[in-house]
Ligand binder design. Structure first.
Ligand SMILES: [Zn+2]
Ligand SMILES: [Zn+2]
Length: 157
């Protein structure tokens, strides 16, 4: 794929530009990235997980606490990692949903869990991260609740 800025060189990275609240993915080459001040796309920290927004200085840890972005550039720094976090949440759903659930209460909880996870990915797609953070917390609580009920039932049987 060619760089969408110069249309000459091959794109080596993707970044997200937010225009009027709409996220647009742009494939970009290294030269154009440097020209646009997007050199963090190629910085080694990106690979190692030391995520810091070089525009507002927000760290991944700070972002992770309440999923609040400091500025629009943050999305480029944290977007990939965020997507990976979401993928892992979705994977855990599939795992949980494998065996048929006999416990009616757990079944209802799981249905709610699926719904919350669906809403979470919608919220992230729409970049409503404060809402996403609340959903993530609800998902965690619900997963704990399901685990507790399972444990209790396992002891009773
Ligand atoms: Zn280019
Ligand atoms: Zn920022």
């Amino acid at each position: 794929m060619k760089c969408e800025i110069c249309n000459v060189r091959d794109a080596e990275a993707v970044y997200t530009e937010v225009v009027d609240g709409v996220a647009k993915q742009i494939h970009i080459c290294k030269v154009c990235a440097l020209e646009k001040g997007l050199d963090f796309l190629f910085s080694p920290e990106k690979e190692e997980g030391g995520f810091v927004c070089n525009v507002c200085g927000l760290t991944w840890e700070e972002f992770e606490a309440n999923w609040r972005l400091g500025c629009t550039a943050c999305y480029n720094v944290f977007g990939d990692k965020l997507r990976r976090v979401l993928e892992s949440i979705h994977k855990s759903t599939r795992h949980v949903g494998k065996s048929p659930e006999k416990d009616r209460e757990v079944f209802e909880l799981k249905k709610r869990l699926e719904e919350l996870k669906r809403r979470l990915s919608v919220a992230v797609d729409e970049e409503r991260f404060d809402r996403a953070a609340k959903l993530r917390d609800e998902i965690r609580m619900l997963e704990e609740e399901i685990a507790k009920r399972r444990e209790r039932r396992a002891k009773n049987v």
